[in-house]
Design a protein around this ligand. Structure first.
Ligand SMILES: *Cc1c(COP(=O)(O)O)cnc(C)c1O
Length: 366
């Protein structure tokens, strides 16, 4: 069987380095907020090109903390509106509503699956304070037009970079395009930990300092609390693993690009719409390879039968989730179409040549 994602195989590529790092951390007797976290934060900031990187407990917390920090700094307040794509993973939206902010959904483009920048301005009101862009599937969404809209309306651009670490726009890494960015190191992400992990990157000193305090019970100095904070830390074991894997992220992403290109060139089936390779290949790190077909469920059943595991990202659009029943009456036809038709094929740095050929051949024979 071809697994959707073989995490064991991915991590065993770096077995020796990882085991050494884990053992060293285990033996050090220091498990939180230590040298490994500091080292990973320094290396991540350097890789992304930002002044600050702050390790946190997970990707959802990274986004929650950014918005919470804007609230503490008086830049946002409960009831303010944040623009988000209507087809994102639910966590992007949860981060907004968790802070008492109001998510305002904007439809994506059908060819990129990313937020349609041309539809943002019509949703801006006097309450809008930010745009949460999501580099979905590993593809960067950014443009000069987006920057101009944000400047014109004094909006913060927050990046949900959970799926796109390593991607670039105009030689700038995602995570360094807006005012702040949230990263996830969930095991299945392109840079995955052995459990939960996340980070925030930013060039804003005040924001960085506030986030660091908020993630540490609201304190910058032990037992002195300036905010009603939370506890959201990246532990030393995860930081040690991530520091090892960060060195290999470009290779990982390049291998994904090569496989994506093969799929795009060699999958030929009139029933299937392939994802678009951006003109500048650096804009995509192919976290997932998503195809679209009106016969999605049949295709998935056929692939399962042929021994190829696939996943639907995602089966239910956020506005139709029970958690947001207040949006039940809203209509987002592009999102609804996407959620009804998409299917993600296996893609990762450890797919073997025969597996790549098998996936292509099987999809073509459907
Ligand atoms: C994974 C993911 C998150 C949440 O990250 P966790 O580490 O699982 O909390 C947020 N946004 C997007 C787009 C994601 O893919």
């Amino acid at each position: 069987m071809i697994k959707f994602l073989d995490l064991q195989k991915i991590n065993l590529q770096y077995q020796q380095e990882t085991e050494e790092a884990l053992l060293q951390t285990f033996r050090s007797g220091w498990y939180l907020q230590g040298e490994r976290n500091k080292s990973f934060e320094t290396n991540l900031a350097q890789y992304i090109g930002t002044k600050h990187a702050i390790g946190v407990a997970n990707g959802l917390d990274a986004l929650r903390l950014i918005l919470r920090a804007y609230i503490e700094l008086g830049i946002m307040k409960a009831g303010d509106e944040i623009i988000v794509p209507s087809n994102t993973y639910i966590a992007s939206i949860l981060a907004v509503s968790d802070n008492g902010l109001v998510p305002v959904l904007v439809e994506p483009e059908l060819n990129t699956y990313n937020i349609d920048i041309s539809k943002i301005e019509e949703k801006i009101t006097s309450k809008t304070k930010g745009i949460l862009i999501v580099h979905l599937q590993g593809r960067v969404v950014f443009s000069d037009q987006l920057k101009e809209i944000a400047e014109k309306h004094s909006l913060k651009i927050i990046e949900d970079n959970a799926q796109a670490i390593g991607a670039e726009w105009n030689d700038i890494k995602s995570g360094n395009l807006g005012d702040a960015a949230g990263f996830s190191f969930y095991p299945g992400k392109n840079l995955g930990a052995l459990g939960d992990g996340g980070a925030v990157t930013t060039n804003d000193d005040d924001l960085g300092k506030t986030i660091r305090a908020l993630a540490n019970y609201g304190s910058n100095q032990k037992y002195v609390n300036i905010y009603k904070g939370l506890n959201s830390r990246l532990d030393e074991l995860q930081a040690a693993v991530l520091d090892v894997k960060l060195k290999h992220i470009d290779e990982e992403n390049n291998t994904r690009r090569i496989i994506a290109k093969r799929f795009i060139e060699e999958i030929k089936n009139p029933n299937i719409i392939l994802p678009e390779n951006p003109e500048n290949e650096n804009e995509h790190v192919w976290h997932v390879f998503v195809i679209r077909t009106a016969k999605r469920d049949e295709l998935q059943a056929y692939l399962t039968e042929q021994g190829i595991q696939t996943i639907i990202h995602y089966p239910i659009p956020p506005h139709q989730q029970e958690a947001y029943k207040e949006w039940k009456e809203l209509s987002f036809p592009i999102s609804e179409k996407i959620h009804a038709e998409v299917l993600s094929l296996p893609i990762s740095s450890v797919l073997e040549e025969e597996e790549i050929q098998m996936i292509i051949k099987t999809v073509n024979s459907f």
